[in-house]
Design a protein around this ligand. Structure first.
Ligand code: PMT
Length: 395
């Protein structure tokens, strides 16, 4: 999403300016080109040399610095930017932009750019809650500026409160979202992710190795592309993706109920969850004490959620996954047909870099017309994007 994008970072004079170094590195790692404008006060908190080194570009500080090609800095910086990110944004720069002031390179570039501008306020809680600052932020939002609300947490003066610059991954995610076409706007997408846990006493349960990464990547990407997303997730160790309706479940029965509850409004269902096909027939009320000899546990069938969805598919787009260890394509094609899916994403657990736990996956997408799209090893984020491209085509 950020590859070869031109990102202009504006740094102003707040203690959180030190995070701009990490933010610059994060954008560079994603393949973006970064240029930095620093206000004088920002240089009190972090040196231009640091940013010059990290951004691999000169750092622009004053209004009258001419760029190499003798164009006027603020005009060329404003024109080439795909997105402008002011992080941290002080109450001062927020007030100047809201008031239409343009007396330094940063405010002049912001005024001259037609690119989206993301403001990341960071300041002492009392300043952030000051009605004038609130009013300025509201005015900026009304005028199309994107505001990334600060986090609640420990601030420089060791107080607790709102006003803390969000963590770098959150800022990066917001910028990626700003630069992603909202081609799924209006769609209501249910995504299931993670394993289910099927207990047989209060202490023990049957589960599988699903980490939830695949489903969470689909949910995050669908939101980034403008969809309303309901993420129904088994137990995972992952942070919740931002901006999605998150519904935690434990067992397959709970997952089924949650899916059926939200199915009515859904235009798309993508089932990446590794749902247990069986559950223990009985759940002991107390911990089963070990005895000599084997312990036998009778398992009974869980509902086949995606098959149930397929029976009342209507115009909904239904995407399933097939997790196989052999006969990948045949098994996946059979599931696609028998369960009335539109697409099935086949992944072979024996394939290096595919399946459970990994940040990558190797998938083949099968469709109802017998089409097959085999993808190379890709990051699960990229895999999610490709799956959603196919969903978009069907929509
Ligand atoms: O979570 P990760 O660590 O990132 O791993 C990703 C993954 C390997 C879990 C994922 O890529 C994947 O393959 N998910 C599907 C796992 C699975 O249950 O596949 P399956 O072939 O057993 O089931 C086929 C389809 O039916 C799946 O869409 C599944 O969600 C659905 N299903 C299965 C059983 C059941 N009782 N109800 C269902 O709806």
């Amino acid at each position: 999403m950020l590859k070869n994008k031109n990102i202009l970072i504006g740094i102003t004079g707040g203690i959180a300016a030190y995070k701009a170094a990490e933010l610059t590195r994060a954008f560079i790692k994603k393949g973006a080109h970064v240029k930095v404008i620093m206000t004088k006060n920002a240089a009190e908190f972090i040196t231009p040399l640091t940013l010059r080194t990290l951004s691999r570009n000169p750092v622009y500080m004053d209004m009258f610095s001419l760029t190499g090609d003798f164009s006027i800095a603020h005009i060329s910086l404003a024109r080439e930017a795909d997105v402008v990110v002011i992080a941290p944004a002080t109450a001062n720069v927020i007030g100047k932009i809201a008031g239409g002031l343009a007396d330094d390179l940063l405010t002049t570039s912001v005024m001259a750019t037609t690119a989206p501008v993301l403001i990341c306020p960071a300041m002492n809680t009392n300043m952030y809650e000051n009605p004038i600052v609130k009013g300025n932020l509201a005015k900026l939002a009304e005028n199309g500026y994107r505001i990334l609300e600060p986090a609640y947490g420990e601030l420089a003066e060791r107080t607790e409160g709102a006003g803390r610059l969000p963590e770098v991954p959150e800022i990066v995610d917001e910028v990626e979202s700003i630069l992603t076409a909202k081609d799924l706007a209006g769609e209501k997408i249910i995504v299931t992710a993670g394993p289910t846990q099927e207990p047989f006493d209060p202490v023990r349960f049957i589960t599988n190795h699903s980490s939830g990464k695949m489903g969470y990547a689909v949910a995050a990407m669908a939101r980034r592309r403008g969809a309303d997303v309901v993420l129904i997730s088994g137990p995972t160790a992952l942070p919740k993706p931002r901006g999605v309706k998150f519904i935690p479940v434990t067992t397959a029965l709970e997952m089924r109920d949650a899916v059926m509850k939200h199915l009515k409004d859904a235009t798309v269902v993508i089932k990446a969850a590794a749902v247990a096909d069986y559950r223990p027939a009985t759940r002991a009320a107390s911990k089963i004490k070990k005895k000599e000899g084997p312990l036998e546990i009778m398992l009974e069938r869980n509902p086949d959620i995606i098959a149930e969805i397929g029976k009342k598919k209507g115009r909904r787009v239904v995407v399933g996954f097939a997790m196989e260890t052999d006969n990948l394509i045949e098994n996946a094609a059979a599931k696609l047909k028998n369960k009335n899916m539109d697409l099935i994403v086949a992944n072979d657990l024996n394939q290096e870099g595919a399946g459970f736990q990994t940040d990558t996956n190797v998938i083949t997408i099968l469709d109802r017309k017998g089409g097959r799209e085999a993808l190379p090893l890709l990051d699960k984020t990229e895999v999610a994007d490709r799956i959603l491209d196919r969903v978009k085509k069907i929509l």
